[in-house]
Design a protein around this ligand. Sequence first.
Ligand SMILES: [Zn+2]
Ligand SMILES: [Zn+2]
Length: 245
Amino acid sequence: MYPVDLHMHTVASTHAYSTLHDYIAIAKSKGIQLFAITDHGPDMADAPHYWHFVNMRIWPRMVDGVGILRGIEANIKNTAGEIDCTGPMLDSLDLIIAGFHEPVFPPKDSATHTEAMIAAMASGNVHIISHPGNPKFPVDIPAIAQAAAKYQVALELNNSSFTHSRKGSGPNCRAIAEAVRDAGGWLSLGSDSHTAFTLGDFDECRKILAEVEFPEARILNVSVRRMLGFLESRGMKPIEEFATL
Ligand SMILES: [Zn+2]
Ligand SMILES: [Zn+2]
């Protein structure tokens, strides 16, 4: 059981169907202690305006004993390391995930994808790379795992890549987990929920973790303290309200 889920979408992206309130209720029922709402960055079709992200600073930190991180799943835009999360958005958010999405970054070739992903990691603005095993965006797996370890960026195992999305991700994700293990980097688990019902579902991720004997010591979701410590090591100020978690 992992008490932290780091990737989910709300009705702010209208191809998702749950609200912050829905996620809190399901978190309580499933024993999730900390989660991050990570709606799509504004360059994606169907994403909220950038004000949506800036104004997330008005959210409570804790509701009914559940901790809430303010996040985004931003888009990697180019090989210069740019993402669609900038300026005041960066100041309002706790967790910046970034990844490739076809409407923003049409797939090219492995060398270009690898360059763009590493540049996003090197920018210092990104905490997690979402679904790096997407077969539509092949990358040099050893190279991205090395870069992720160097820049202290986690690579994501995305549970929905094995259920609803990005068919054919399995072999890539297994290779990524092995490469992160060997590079001594971080893995993060994301349900990538588009409805609250799948919050905290990591059954498919767990199979990969077991297959490659991935060390628990390198998984961000193992505890609230582990995740907050990671964000603090990347420059986040400690959040007082989470002290009770
Ligand atoms: Zn989505
Ligand atoms: Zn995504």
